[in-house]
Design a protein around this ligand. Structure first.
Ligand code: MN
Length: 285
């Protein structure tokens, strides 16, 4: 199942090039009151909600996906966990390019660990990446984004994929420079999730997915998730050894080689096989 959030918080089931409005099915979600949970209630209840979503799709209004404004498919991620330098060739390019490493030693992920991005940086594919520091290098990073569906605390690699609700494409936008990653990657609009949420059953094994990123038609990043240093089950297991993962938490699994700068006016096209493709505009704040 493919689910899109669009326009004024409408919710839709993606069917080919169309999106069918199934917002009415969300009325079945449990009522919440203050203090609201730090989870994404829709992702948490996704499996339970499936029949209602399918029923609503029989009579829902149909629109072309191209005609709607796509918002982030996970509205309320509790945390964005991200994997640094998780492709070997990206580690090599980061060590070779002073514009990336800024005289800092670029360590292997096993030594560096994971980092967190502010949830306030999240936007959808229909929104615009806004550059604030034109004087700095602002890079694109395409990544497979893993959406956690069940509470995961110290789970094993073998069991890890059972905790995944689904996937989307992630753009981990980054200012290069000497500061901590969490600062340079947490600017408003610097985490793009889209184009929609694809449930785990449609993907199966997340190893073996092709990733392609172009900027204004120019090829920049081409890779496959089989070349991840730490694969998706290992990332989930490792992350959950430090902190509990909650429904709606997102893991950005790391970017391959080919990272490079974008400037206002560019359009990024990001594609991951079995997941989808999205065009995201780059603008200026
Ligand atoms: Mn990244």
């Amino acid at each position: 199942m493919r689910l899109a959030r669009f326009d004024g918080n409408r919710f839709g089931l993606v069917d080919g090039d169309d999106v069918i409005d199934v917002t009415e099915a969300l009325a079945a979600l449990p009522a919440q009151s203050y203090p609201f949970p730090r989870t994404d209630v829709l992702i948490e209840n996704f499996e339970k909600l499936r029949p209602a979503l399918e029923a609503a799709a029989k009579s829902g209004a149909r629109k072309k996906l191209a005609d709607v404004m796509l918002l982030a498919p996970v509205a309320n991620p509790g945390k964005i966990v991200a994997a640094p330098v998780n492709y070997k060739k990206h580690l090599e390019e980061a060590r070779a390019d002073a514009g990336i490493h800024h005289q800092q030693q670029v360590g292997e992920i096993q030594k560096v660990g994971l980092f967190l991005k502010a949830t306030s940086s999240v936007i959808g594919a229909g929104e615009t990446i806004l550059i604030r520091h034109d004087e700095r290098r602002n890079d694109h990073e395409i990544e497979l984004a893993v959406v956690i569906g069940k509470t995961a605390d110290r789970v094993s690699k073998e069991d890890a994929l059972n905790y995944v609700a689904g996937y989307c494409i992630g753009l981990d936008m980054t200012i290069r420079g000497p500061e901590e990653r969490s600062l340079r990657k947490s600017l408003d609009t610097f985490t793009v999730l889209g184009p929609y949420f694809v449930s785990a059953d449609e993907i199966g094994d997340p190893a073996g997915l092709d990733l392609v990123l172009t900027v204004d038609g120019e090829a920049r990043q081409t890779a496959n998730t089989r070349d991840l240093v730490l694969d998706v089950p290992t990332l989930i297991s490792w992350a959950s050894s430090f902190y509990t993962l909650h429904p709606g938490d997102v893991i950005l699994s790391g970017t391959p080689e080919g990272v490079g700068p974008v400037v206002p006016g560019n359009t990024i096209r990001a594609t991951i096989s079995k997941v989808g493709s999205m065009d995201v505009k780059v603008g200026h704040i």
